[in-house]
Design a protein around this ligand. Structure first.
Ligand code: ADP
Ligand code: MG
Length: 625
């Protein structure tokens, strides 16, 4: 430290503004956001934004709002000058976007800045005035020509702050970020019109009065927008509403989670966590929800003054907000596929069931009791040894039967024929009803199992004649996962006649200290000796091998919670895609799957079932719009 720097000095106002600017505006998008928020606070009905060179050369924001009186224009570009609050009390219930009085002076300290404003007067004539500031210094002030509203022009942003200039990305990237901010504000204020231009070129136009969906349709792909469902619910006095895509329409991109608190776009970890939680178990780890979500809450319950750019907030009761969000999203994030309702009820009791089911080899369905750790069937030979042989119709027969049942039934219902019938040929007798049990096909409750496709998907017909495709691996994973959860979490241990050892790495020892209690609550009794872990008791439903695998996975920290260990065990134990199943095995899997909770999704969040009813099929075949 030099002798000179030891003295404490007050920073010059320009330097103060430049430092503040670093927090408030870090790039053109930040400036745009502040300027557009000012327009909205001024009750503008139409806002036009023009960017040149990604906003670095010029940002121009024009509105038709209330304007600034000539006498106050210089004040507007002075630090801590605001018309929006006057007391701490006002701050507590602030409903405007701005309140810190920092944006204009900050931007003006790092650019060549001009603001022109006209206040609409009773006689219809506005008296316009403008002020120019260069790098924080007032350089001009005087009358100007403008009918009503305000125009702010920002030129050569950061030209006097090379350090900040260095951090800017390419003009197209900066433009994109600015566009994203404009869009985020535009979604919150569908009553206001917005136009965004890149130089002369119009890039976005939101007309006033569009719906949220209309606006999202200009930003997101049709695939997502068409799937969006509205939600709106109130809990703990907090209203949460908006549009969200159901789990099946989730996408690999995480940047379509738009969160708002009282109309203010925010980044909030708690809210994001609530959104993810709402979809938990219905999305794979790579998928993200797609939503524009609005929280409306008493302003006194939220502190908006915790971030210079006001893009973060703090809730007084964040768990109430979490729960309200979870509750509101439930209807969209947990849609029940029509398989769920009323079906478990008419399922046969465990083990009864399936017509003509021969006895199954032990261990196949009880595989969580003794799940194989290696893929169960590598070859046709081992498969034969493993599976019961049943005199079931072949796959081809099943398909042709299915085709016959569907094609004819559908055609007869409409009084059509699929193909001209040969003269004199006997008409094909229509089935009594689509839902009648089909002879020779296994019946599971009110479902008829029709066959397996691609050795992976089980084809079913439900009580109303809809077609169901069940992913056999995903469905079996769900079955095994639920069983593991149910048994293992019961917590009673089984003492092993022959304890076994697992090697213990020092890092694993650490983890054992951390999660040892949870192991205990699951029924494990463990002893730590030097570099080995002695397993004395295991949860009764886990075999030694599975218990060992379970402990290794958990201790290695490969999974961060025990549920994910169950998920991976279920995945390993489940019947694989590509495995041929006999009718009886398939029907039994279906029976167990139908009896499982949360059956629509596998524990990884992939869908287990696709359902297409007659109307869907008609649409797919373009029989109707
Ligand atoms: P804040 O928005 O926090 O009050 P700003 O520095 O952004 O601070 O703006 C300062 C003041 O200038 C505002 O309080 C408002 O009175 C006035 N102002 C800024 N932009 C506009 C605008 N587009 N229309 C009307 N008044 C504006
Ligand atoms: Mg402002």
């Amino acid at each position: 430290m030099t002798e000179k720097s030891r003295h404490i000095k007050l920073l010059s106002p320009e330097l103060r503004n430049q430092i503040a600017a670093g927090e408030v505006v870090d790039r053109p998008a930040g400036a745009l956001k502040e300027l557009v928020e000012n327009c909205l606070d001024a009750a503008a009905g139409h806002i036009v934004v023009t960017l040149e060179n990604g906003g670095q050369s010029r940002i121009c924001v024009q509105d038709d709002g209330c304007g600034i009186p000539a006498a106050e224009l210089e004040l507007a570009v002075t630090r801590h000058a605001t018309s929006k609050i006057a007391s701490m009390d006002d701050l507590e219930r602030v409903s405007s976007y701005g309140f810190r009085g920092e944006a204009l002076p900050s931007i003006a300290s790092v650019s060549r800045f001009k603001i022109t404003s006209a206040v609409h007067e009773a006689d219809g004539l506005g008296t316009a005035h403008s002020v120019e500031v260069e790098h924080g210094r007032l350089v001009a002030s005087g009358p100007a020509a403008l009918h009503q509203g305000t125009v702010v022009e920002v030129r050569d942003l950061f030209a006097n702050v090379p350090a900040r200039l260095k951090f800017l990305k390419s003009p197209s990237t900066e433009f994109k970020r600015a566009q994203e901010w404009l869009a985020r504000l535009a979604l919150a204020r569908t009553d206001v019109g917005f136009v965004l231009r890149a130089g002369e070129r119009e890039v976005l136009r939101f007309t006033a009065g569009q719906t949220l969906r209309d606006r999202l349709a200009l930003l997101w792909p049709a695939l997502v927008v068409n799937a969006l469902c509205p939600f709106d619910a109130q809990r703990h006095g907090i209203r949460v509403h908006g549009l969200a895509a159901p789990p099946h329409a989730s996408q690999l991109r995480g940047d379509r989670i738009f969160l708002y608190v009282n109309g203010r776009p925010v980044a909030d970890k708690g809210l994001s966590a609530a959104v993810r939680e709402a979809y938990k178990g219905r999305l794979t780890s790579r998928d993200y929800p797609q939503t524009a979500l609005f929280v409306e809450i008493d302003p006194r319950e939220v502190d908006v003054n915790v971030h210079p750019a006001k893009s973060e907030v703090r809730f007084r009761d964040s768990s109430a907000v979490f729960s309200a969000t979870l509750h509101a999203l439930q209807s969209v994030a947990m849609p029940s596929v029509a398989v769920s309702d009323g079906l478990s009820a008419d399922l046969p009791a465990q083990g009864a069931a399936v017509n003509a089911a021969p006895s199954r080899p032990q261990g196949f369905w009880g595989s969580i009791d003794n799940p194989p750790l290696l893929p169960r069937r590598e070859s046709a030979k081992t498969q034969d040894a493993y599976l019961p042989s049943v005199d079931a119709p072949s796959f081809c027969e099943a398909v042709s039967e299915t085709a016959a049942a569907y094609g004819l039934a559908a055609a007869e219902h409409r009084g059509e024929t699929l193909a001209p019938r040969a003269e004199g040929a006997a008409p094909v007798a229509p089935p009594d009803e689509t839902t009648a049990p089909q002879r020779g096909r296994p019946q599971v409750g009110s479902f008829c199992y029709l066959g397996q496709v691609a050795d992976t998907y089980l084809v079913l017909r439900d009580a109303v004649g809809a077609l169901l495709l069940v992913d056999q691996h995903a469905a079996h994973e769900r079955v095994l996962y639920e069983r593991a959860k149910q048994h293992v979490f019961s917590g009673k241990g089984r003492r092993l006649a022959l304890p076994f050892n697992l090697p213990l790495h020092p890092a694993e020892k650490e983890r054992l200290y951390e999660i040892g209690d949870r192991f205990k609550s699951l029924g494990f009794e463990l002893e730590c000796a030097d570099a080995v872990l002695v397993v004395l008791s295991t949860p009764p439903t886990l075999s030694r091998a599975v218990a060992g695998e379970f402990l290794r996975e958990a201790l290695a920290g490969r999974k961060d919670d025990l549920a994910s260990v169950f998920i991976s065990l279920s995945c390993k134990g489940a019947v694989k895609a590509g495995q041929r199943l006999t009718d009886d095995e398939a029907a039994e899997l279906v029976r167990q799957w139908l009896a499982s909770p949360e059956k629509e999704y596998c524990p990884h969040g992939r869908p287990c079932v696709l359902r297409r009813d007659a109307t869907d099929l008609e649409k797919l075949f373009k029989r109707r719009q």
